[in-house]
Design a protein around this ligand. Structure first.
Ligand code: ZN
Ligand code: ZN
Ligand code: ZN
Length: 363
């Protein structure tokens, strides 16, 4: 961990309200007392290229659950989509919903699929080529669109990735997952509805406003000796990486120390509307952001997930107010009783400091 640089600075101790979902807040507390939970190093990740016994490695295609698709279609595939061996939601059994006293249950209907997102066993996202990442985003789009078309009971298709044991990846081979649910997940629902409220009040997309705010920070560099202004630059206090079409920013109220969000610079509500050419820029911003995270954390283990406008009728009035994005949450700490008991995330590195460290990585 390279968090020691923050040591000279005055500790930050404040509760920050998530600007998009105001019911969520984060305690940014950089005092040392909040840090012991970091002492435990996460289990090392598997970096092997090929593993004979791994069902996701090339040559073992018959060891996975039924295949849904592969890209390209030959033996030298780059990506495959297969059914999940242990689906958390399924469409095979029809267990009716029930209410019994205070117990209520809704049938766990849905789809759960796995995308083997690279043929190389332990490759990290920042080690994948731009072309590969761009195709991966295209595969996400295709499968999301197919699932939405396939079954109108599916209200949301969540694409996510767990990478490394600290992020809960049960298979070492790099993979993403798709879970399609019959309800819009609460986190997405909250973002969609609060951003609509903001839009109705301010006639502006809150995500676009956040991008503008992140971009307008001006830094002044002083000479250490004389104190004279050496130069003024417009860096963007929360900007981590910027491409032609996409930007990676460190949220002001980040729940996780190294959390970074990637958004299209131009307003767009639905990830499925992103043109194929633009996915190249997304791939580059993603790859560079992951390389920065990896350099700073030293082997990033993370979750990432896509938040895009749900397809149902209810969402149709939210095209102007919702802005799709990808949230990357590196896992460098384990939630404690305080977080579970209070619902307040604790972040021990100030987001401004974290953004600065990520930006200063020489790629
Ligand atoms: Zn493998
Ligand atoms: Zn927007
Ligand atoms: Zn989100």
């Amino acid at each position: 961990m390279t968090v020691e640089q923050t040591e000279e600075q005055k500790p930050v101790r404040e509760i920050r309200i998530n600007p998009i979902v105001p019911t969520e807040s984060v305690l940014v507390a950089t005092a040392r007392s909040m840090r012991p939970r970091k002492a435990e190093e996460p289990a090392p990740r598997d970096t092997r290229r090929h593993v004979e016994t791994c069902p996701f490695c090339r040559g073992n295609e018959d060891k996975t659950p039924p295949q849904i698709a592969r890209y390209p279609k030959d033996d030298d595939w780059q990506m495959r989509i297969v059914e999940n061996l242990y689906p958390v939601l399924g469409d095979d059994r029809s267990q009716p919903s029930f209410v019994y006293g205070l117990q209520q249950a809704i049938d766990g209907y849905g789809r759960h699929e796995v995308i083997v997102d690279h043929h190389q066993h332990g490759i990290a996202v920042h080690e994948m080529s731009h072309e590969h990442l761009s195709s991966l985003f295209h595969v996400y789009q295709q499968r999301m669109a197919e699932l939405y078309q396939m079954d109108e009971r599916l209200k949301y298709v969540l694409v996510f990735k767990n990478f490394g044991p600290a992020a809960g990846a049960s298979m070492a081979h790099t993979h993403s997952q798709i879970i399609a649910t019959p309800v819009v997940p609460q986190n997405v629902h909250d973002e969609v509805s609060y951003s609509k409220t903001y839009f109705d009040r301010h006639h502006q997309c809150i995500f676009c406003s956040l991008i503008d705010e992140a971009l307008t920070f001006e830094a002044t560099i002083y000479d250490r000796g004389s104190g004279e202004v050496v130069r003024k630059i417009d860096v963007g206090q929360y900007v981590v990486e910027k491409g032609e079409k996409f930007i990676a920013i460190k949220p002001f109220a980040s729940r996780y120390e190294w959390e970074v969000h990637i958004l299209p610079l131009q307003h767009q509500s639905n990830f499925l509307d992103t043109a194929k050419d633009d996915l190249d820029d997304l791939a580059q911003v993603m790859q560079r952001t992951m390389a920065r995270l990896d350099a700073v954390i030293g082997g990033a283990q993370f979750n990432f997930f896509l938040h895009s406008l749900p397809q149902g009728k209810e969402s149709q009035s939210c095209h102007a107010s919702y802005h799709w994005h990808l949230e990357i949450c590196p896992r460098t700490s384990i939630p404690t009783g305080f977080e579970l008991g209070s619902g307040l995330f604790v972040n021990t590195i100030s987001p401004e400091e974290a953004a600065e460290q990520l930006r200063s990585v020489q790629l």
